[in-house]
Design a protein around this ligand. Structure first.
Ligand code: AMP
Length: 502
């Protein structure tokens, strides 16, 4: 089944209902959304694009993004979403690696990529787009099998070149249905607000909202602006958003400072990086029971585990803090295990590599058999994340295996030290890494963004109160801002490089 049939279905049921919005303004009903997507498909076919061909999307978050995406799918093509924050040369590398036939772009990004890429680029903010929408629409969706590719997702590549994850129609269906089973319900009264890049997890969440005929709202700022989000949430109501943990923290800080209550926000799904217990407790205290956590990765998008709304705000369970520090339990469409170095499952309580398998897991990387062989072992996806499962099935992430610190032969998980430091009132943000040490192998150091001046001895005393002595940082460095990648993930590699240069 072609995943675009979900748009066809909603357009048939509610053709006159508003589907695509720029801020408060409706720019297309469901009927118009489908019609434009079919015209894009007709135009692509006229350019010689065939089912299975790759088409890039290097665009800001705009209504045209979703029209182009469904147009490519209607033709049976494969979308290659590229993060709008990437450099034109990085985008060109992805287009080349994917062998893309062409790329849809938006103003600014068009100039950046078309100067350096051989792939033909089409600017949706130009008159060319109007000409496309004048093309005769294709009449039917191209039939797709579950194993056909729908999306080539390029990993954020904190080390080395990004890899293309092959995402099939089956994976997208499994992911979306698992969302209804494990994360949240969606109705036609709901609003999906896209404040994080559509090229990543936030964009994948369009599927459930298309299937249920909900509204899709692009913020006119094109990015993440807390005041704009609060205004749009109040205007549209029943808003669903995907947020990285840093976005949740910023929204809480701004809401508290400005007296906003978050009216109209129904669900914030958070994930993509560690959410510290102190931060989510503060967010729930302020906004109420609107949060659900997911854990996933491009190779099993948004779909490995979930910590439900009820679990995120439950403070009555004897284990509530440990559960809040976990990423929840396996979603319905995946099997989950902790494995040793050879990928053999370990019993509950042991720390090892997190492994997943099931219909939402990728078949492999794009034209990279070596990386696929290292990542899919005995049918399991080796996530590269370390973690532990408790007897009730809750998964707690330790750290990426490469971020774990080994000091004097003992494993130290930076996350645990970071959680402890964040409980100190002067700590705004923190990242803990290992520093090479002649006797111990590595020792623990913390980079801290403080509120006011940093008081090292107070932080040290605080750690002694919270965690084992050997885990506490041996050095603290004040930093005004932590280095982060385009998705807001802290770049520990940069911090380690800074240590080398000290
Ligand atoms: P990406 O493939 O760019 O989405 O990155 C996926 C990685 O982000 C995972 O392998 C984890 O290391 C991290 N991640 C995703 N969700 C969570 C979460 N809920 N808590 C902590 N880390 C997460």
């Amino acid at each position: 089944m072609n995943i675009a049939s979900w748009l066809e279905r909603s357009a048939r049921i509610t053709p006159d209902v508003g589907a695509l919005f720029l801020g408060a303004d409706c720019v297309a009903t469901y009927g118009a959304f489908l019609d434009r997507a079919l015209r894009v498909a007709g135009w692509l076919a006229a350019q010689g694009v065939q089912p299975g061909d790759r088409v890039g999307l290097f665009m800001k978050n705009l209504p045209e993004y979703l029209i182009a995406q469904y147009g490519v799918w209607a033709l049976g093509g494969v979308v290659v979403p590229i993060n709008a924050k990437l450099h034109g040369r990085e985008a060109a590398w992805i287009l080349d690696n994917a062998g893309a036939s062409l790329c849809f772009t938006s103003v600014g990004l068009h100039e950046a990529v078309s100067e350096v890429s051989e792939t033909p680029c089409l600017n949706v903010s130009s008159s060319d787009w109007a000409a496309i929408l004048d093309t005769a629409p294709t009449k039917t969706l191209t039939r797709r099998t579950p194993d056909d590719l729908a999306w080539l997702f390029y990993t954020s590549g904190t080390t080395g070149r990004p890899k293309g994850v092959r995402i099939t129609h089956r994976m997208l269906q499994a992911m979306a249905l698992s969302y209804f089973a494990d994360v949240d319900e969606v109705t036609s009264e709901d609003t999906a607000l896209y404040a994080a890049p559509l090229s990543h997890g936030a964009g994948i969440y369009n599927l459930m909202h298309v299937l249920k005929g909900a509204r899709h709202v692009m913020p006119p700022s094109g990015g993440f602006d807390e005041a704009e989000i609060f205004d749009l949430a109040r205007h549209h109501g029943r808003v669903h958003m995907f947020c990285a943990p840093t976005m949740v923290k910023r929204m809480t800080d701004v809401a508290k400072a400005t007296g906003k209550t978050g009216e109209g926000l129904r669900t914030i799904v958070y994930g993509g990086g560690p959410m510290y217990v102190a931060d989510i407790v503060e967010a729930v205290d302020h906004f109420g029971p609107i949060f659900v956590q997911i854990y996933g990765q491009g190779e099993c998008p948004m779909c490995i585990t979930a910590l439900s709304r009820a679990e995120v705000c439950d403070r009555s369970h004897p284990n509530w803090q440990a559960r809040l520090a976990s990423v929840g339990r396996a979603q319905s469409v995946v099997e989950l295990a902790i494995g040793d170095a050879a990928g053999v499952p370990l019993p509950p309580g042991e720390v090892g590599e997190i492994m997943a398998r099931g219909d939402a897991v990728m078949p492999g990387y794009w034209q990279n058999t070596q990386a696929t062989a290292k990542t899919i072992v005995n049918g399991w996806l080796m996530t590269g994340d370390m973690g532990t499962l408790d007897a009730d099935g809750y998964l707690t992430l330790k750290d990426r295996s490469k971020d774990m610190i080994i000091s004097g032969g003992t494993n130290i998980y930076p996350r645990e030290v970071e959680e402890a430091l964040l409980l100190h009132p002067s700590v705004r943000e923190v990242s803990v890494v290992g520093r090479p040490h002649p006797d111990w192998g590595e020792d623990v150091v913390a980079f801290v963004v403080t509120i006011g001046d940093m008081d090292t001895s107070a932080l040290d005393a605080h750690c002694l109160d919270q965690i084992a002595r050997f885990k506490r940082p041996k050095a603290y460095f004040a930093i005004s801002e932590l280095p982060k990648n385009n998705y807001g993930k802290v770049l520990k590699t940069e911090l380690r490089k800074m240590l080398e240069e000290m």
